[in-house]
Design a binder for this molecule. Structure first.
Ligand code: 26Q
Length: 807
């Protein structure tokens, strides 16, 4: 750290350097000689943070002064990733930071790599919340995100002998320089106990209490226009240590309350479709929801007085049903706390709350056993019954059938009685939105058809988007610079201006430059993956990527079986002109999801066999990237040629990875599912590779009988590949390892892998053909980049603001 190159002439950089050194000495407590890289990282963040804080206070002041309506985004997940580059780049201080650090002999990129990912989310839903927070600030909309400050976020995935092993992620080990604890913002959260009469009213007397304390992180918008707050709750016992017990020798008992509180915020549930019906999960949901609602209502009273005007000053958006108990909590505070009549309270609640649905998979629709719910939240249960009686009465009045009434009920009466969180959210919100056009239509015709009939007009669509700051400018600076040279700066503030690229589709030099950027990104990724996995990749091969949570409906298995079929073909016909391919997989499996874990093992087994077979001559390589996370996505996506979006049609609500890949110039191979449909509409049929059954066809096949065995046996390629996997060709150490997985395909194949296989394989060969026409490929790439600006989360948030939140 002692080498001292020439001082930079940039005054901004010099000022920043002075601030970093000052932070290093006076806040970190180290001098330049003894400072370790982590100390420098912390000092760099602290220096940058000062700039952020001034704007943060200014934003808060402006919001107060304007008395403006605020948006509250309640989400059990925020999958943020790293913050340094985001804050730096949005403040326009990237160059200054680089120079300031260089003057101290430090490399900015190396320091950036020291920052742990804030991985407080599972996948799409959590990442969407993070993109939304950034867009809200960028659009200058006053907003707070509310969630939980998990001590252990998403687990770290290690691959041991091909198997996933989950390790705790200790993202807070070196402290978190971005956060501020707000001791004064704390609330009591009750559980259990009884509801007792109190004159005309009732009052809930919980048996147990914990305290929620706010921890705030600033969220910097593009060009530093506004800084909003992400408020995450941490938990404490009211009495952190019971001294009487401790002094009497009961050392553990004295700490028991604090341990119970700690457990509430200890871990993120690592499931992205409900498998965990555990009590702790419901406790977490109520903990963060109650704290957030109390905070929102307290702020409203403080600034506006009359709680009846809440809907004019607050828009509360529920990110899926995880915070759906908010409906009952707002009702409770209005009725029991403020003495409002039930119907007036319900009207106020509805006008304040919006609900976003992210899945139609029946197993992912949250419901809780009624006895558990009633025991934990007895007053909320009464309120839910009271709402239920009103909506069921209305349904009857409209002449709805028994079946429809049963589908509308907040209580599932089939077998063990359960509270349906989606129905509660639907009934308690004025807006219920889906996340892509197809998904929203399916909401109306399937899961929510009866509720849709009772509340016509409530369901609306808000197609997802991603922030182009993180997913283009920050992760792909070279492509950003190339686009800037071609069409100017406008697209940096309005991603839809990327469409100006369409006019340059015939510009061979531009196509060439974009291809060079892609190649450089592939070289960089190859170096990184060599480091991570030891596998050497050819940057001139087609990089074919499927990165996302491992789920049967996402059909990594379809991709793997096709990989085996291709391997077979290459060995059988070595004389043909095969397109060299690298198949990259990445993703985590929920800990208890047996088949998902087996699919990871299969990817590893296939990789081992193919990568070490000299007869494929380097034409095919398979890599499973361990511990896929936001930071890895930022390296992989800019280097992808082909984006795999191959879910069973009707099952992926939207997808957002699909948008990030297209924005970075990858072509999509995909089904007509989720937002793929809208991507196709925008990039044009000739610039995307669509295959397979439609959602209607899937539904039709399921209804009218589907015989996967006949299909497998009728397709030579598929049959050979499935039999090879099933008989242990890739698992000689345990030949039966994949027998039951493959039997599942023969016997039911719920996700229709067999039905789509031939179409998928043909589509892959069509991709090969396109690759052999580099001009055509480049043109298609350009039209993808040019036409997916609409999938900016700025557009999505602008639609929420106008249609749902009225801000
Ligand atoms: C529920 C109860 C208990 C435990 C866990 C859960 C749980 C947790 C996370 C259920 C679902 C999730 C996450 C769902 C999710 O990520 N859905 C994705 O949302 C994206 C953003 O809208 C869409 O693009 C994806 O299509 C959708 O799968």
């Amino acid at each position: 750290m002692s080498s001292r190159p020439n001082r930079s002439p940039n005054p901004g950089a010099e000022l920043l350097e002075a601030r970093i050194v000052d932070a290093l000495r006076h806040r970190v407590g180290k001098d330049e000689r003894s400072a370790k890289p982590h100390d420098w990282f912390t000092a760099a963040v602290q220096a940058l943070r000062d700039e952020v804080i001034d704007r943060w206070m200014d934003s808060t002041r402006r919001t107060h002064a304007a008395g403006a309506k605020r948006v509250y985004y309640l989400s059990l997940e925020f999958l943020i990733g790293r913050l340094l580059r985001d804050a730096m780049s949005n403040l326009g201080l990237g160059r200054e930071m680089e120079q300031a650090l260089r003057a101290q002999g430090l490399d900015l990129a190396a320091l950036e790599d020291l920052e742990p990912d804030a991985a407080l989310g599972n996948g799409g839903l959590g990442r969407l919340a993070a993109c939304f927070m950034e867009s809200l600030a960028s659009l200058d909309i006053p907003a707070h995100g509310y969630g939980i400050r998990y001590v252990n976020g998403m687990f770290r995935q290690r691959i041991d002998d091909g198997w996933q092993v989950e390790l705790p992620e200790t993202w807070l080990a070196h402290g978190n320089p971005w956060e501020f604890e707000r001791r004064e913002s704390c609330y009591r959260i009750g559980y259990g106990g009884d509801v007792v009469a109190n004159g005309d009213a009732v009052v809930w007397q919980p048996a147990e209490m914990v305290e929620a304390t706010a921890v705030d992180t600033p969220v910097v918008g593009w060009r530093g226009k506004r800084v909003n707050t992400l408020r995450l709750w941490t938990a404490n016992a009211l009495d952190p240590i019971r001294l009487d017990a401790f002094n009497a020798g009961d050392h553990l008992g004295a700490l028991a309350d604090q341990m119970r509180a700690d457990s509430l915020v200890r871990v993120l549930y690592p499931a992205d479709s409900s498998l965990a019906g555990q009590e702790l999960r419901l406790r977490q949901e109520y903990f963060f929801t109650s704290a957030s609602i109390q905070d929102i209502m307290r702020r409203h009273e403080q600034y506006h007085g009359d709680i009846r005007t809440l809907p004019d000053k607050a828009a509360i958006q529920l990110n899926d049903t995880h915070p759906a108990v908010a409906v009952a909590e707002i009702m409770r505070l209005l009725v029991d706390g403020h003495g409002l009549e039930f119907d007036e309270a319900l009207d106020i609640t509805r006008r304040t709350v919006g609900y976003t649905n992210h899945t139609l998979l029946p197993e992912a629709l949250e419901s809780w056993p009624l006895p558990l719910f009633e025991r934990m939240l007895p007053r909320h249960m009464q309120i839910i019954y009271a709402i239920n009686s009103r909506i069921l009465r209305d349904a009857r009045r409209q002449g709805m059938s028994d079946g429809e009434v049963a589908a509308i009920s907040l209580i599932d009466e089939g077998g063990e009685r359960r509270v349906r969180m989606a129905n509660l959210a639907f009934a308690g919100a004025h807006s219920v939105n889906g996340v892509a056009a197809l998904h929203t239509e399916l909401m109306k015709t399937t899961v929510f058809s009866s509720l849709h009939k009772l509340f016509p007009g409530k369901i609306n669509n808000k197609t997802n988007g991603v922030t182009p700051r993180r997913w283009l400018q920050q992760c792909n600076p070279a492509l950003t610079a190339t686009i800037r040279d071609a069409i100017g700066d406008g697209f940096l503030d309005d991603a839809e201006q990327l469409s100006a690229l369409n006019a340059l589709a015939g510009d061979a030099a531009l196509g060439e430059r974009i291809a060079e950027v892609k190649r450089a990104n592939k070289v960089a990724l190859a170096a990184h993956l060599k480091e991570l996995t030891g596998i050497r990749l050819n940057p001139d091969a087609l990089f074919d990527v499927q990165i996302k949570r491992i789920h049967e409906y996402k059909r990594q298995l379809l991709n793997l079986i096709e990989t085996v079929a291709l391997y077979d073909q290459i060995r059988s016909h070595p004389e043909r002109d095969w397109v060299p391919r690298v198949k990259i997989f990445g993703g985590k499996a929920a800990s208890s999801y047996h088949n998902a874990k087996l699919i990871i093992k299969l990817a590893g087994d296939i990789a081992k066999r193919i990568n070490n077979d000299p007869s494929v001559g380097g034409l095919l390589k398979v890599v499973f990237v361990p511990n896929y996370n936001v930071s890895l996505a930022e390296r992989i996506i800019p280097a992808a040629d082909l984006s795999e979006q191959i879910s069973t049609a009707g099952m992926e609500a939207s997808g957002t990875g699909n948008m990030k890949f297209a924005l970075n110039g990858a072509l999509t191979i995909g089904t007509l599912d989720g937002a793929n449909v809208e991507i196709k509409d925008r990039v044009g049929d000739e610039n995307i590779v669509i295959f397979g059954l439609t959602a209607d066809e899937v539904a039709e096949k399921r209804a009218n009988g589907y015989n996967p065995r006949a299909i497998i046996e009728g397709s030579r390629e598929l049959h050979q590949a499935v039999e090879a996997i099933s008989s242990g060709v890739f698992s000689s150490d345990d030949p039966h390892r994949y027998r039951s997985l493959m039997d599942g395909l023969y016997d039911h194949d719920w996700f229709m892998v067999a039905a789509d296989f031939d179409a998928y394989a043909a589509a892959q060969r069509a991709v090969d053909q396109r690759w052999n026409d580099p001009q055509g490929w480049r043109r298609a790439t350009l039209h993808n980049i040019a036409n997916v600006g609409w999938f900016s989360s700025d557009r999505t948030i602008a639609e929420y603001a106008k249609d749902i939140w009225k801000v």
